[in-house]
Design a protein around this ligand. Structure first.
Ligand code: AMP
Length: 177
């Protein structure tokens, strides 16, 4: 955690063992999203380190990155750009494949979603193996955006996803589990 004091809203993230498959401890953020005070406090905390970073757009990966990303974009008075699963976005696309804690997938971005040099902050709920965030960073960089950093709610330390974050931009987690 960047802040050594655990915020009250952290208790609203529910641990669900063996979901979606045996051995996975799933971090369920729905109770946190459903709580008006918790949601506001979490989004504010997520944005705080980046408030003066000149963020022009927030990018989030399907689908929990959309929820946090759109809220964070409003918090930082920035735009929002979705990174989507194949088959969802029209037009010219860039694509990256990546491995997940449970499976593998691909992410796409519209080639014209961001003007070259746009200052972008990536966001996701959970950093697990780090594959999603690393693929998202590659997509944004290939697209010509300026990656300013990444913000995640929870970093699962055992999975050492941070080691896959090779971008020359800070990766900040609000909570460690
Ligand atoms: P990874 O690419 O392994 O870092 O996985 C991160 C993505 O998968 C995030 O978008 C999370 O929403 C989801 N995810 C992976 N592991 C978990 C987990 N244990 N609990 C909740 N979400 C997870």
């Amino acid at each position: 955690m960047d802040d050594p004091k655990t915020p009250e809203w952290a208790a609203l993230i529910r641990d669900v063992p063996d979901f979606p498959s045996p051995g996975i401890m799933f971090k369920d953020i729905v109770p946190l999203l459903a709580d008006a005070h918790g949601l506001a406090a979490m989004v504010s905390a997520l944005g705080a380190p980046w408030r003066d970073a000149g963020i022009q757009a927030v990018a989030g990966a399907e689908s929990r990155g959309f929820i946090l990303g759109a809220a964070l974009a409003r918090e930082l008075e920035a735009g929002f750009v979705p990174l989507r699963k194949p088959g969802k976005l029209p037009g010219a696309l860039l694509e990256e494949a990546y491995a997940l804690e449970y499976g593998s997938d691909r992410l796409q971005i519209q080639a014209d979603a961001l003007a070259s040099g746009t200052r972008v902050l990536l966001v996701d709920d959970v950093l697990a193996t780090g594959g999603t965030l690393a693929a998202a960073a590659r997509l944004l960089q290939r697209q010509g955006a300026q990656l300013v950093g990444a913000a995640v709610l929870v970093e699962l330390m055992e999975l050492r996803g941070r080691e896959r974050w090779t971008a020359a931009a800070p990766l900040r987690a609000l909570l460690r589990a």
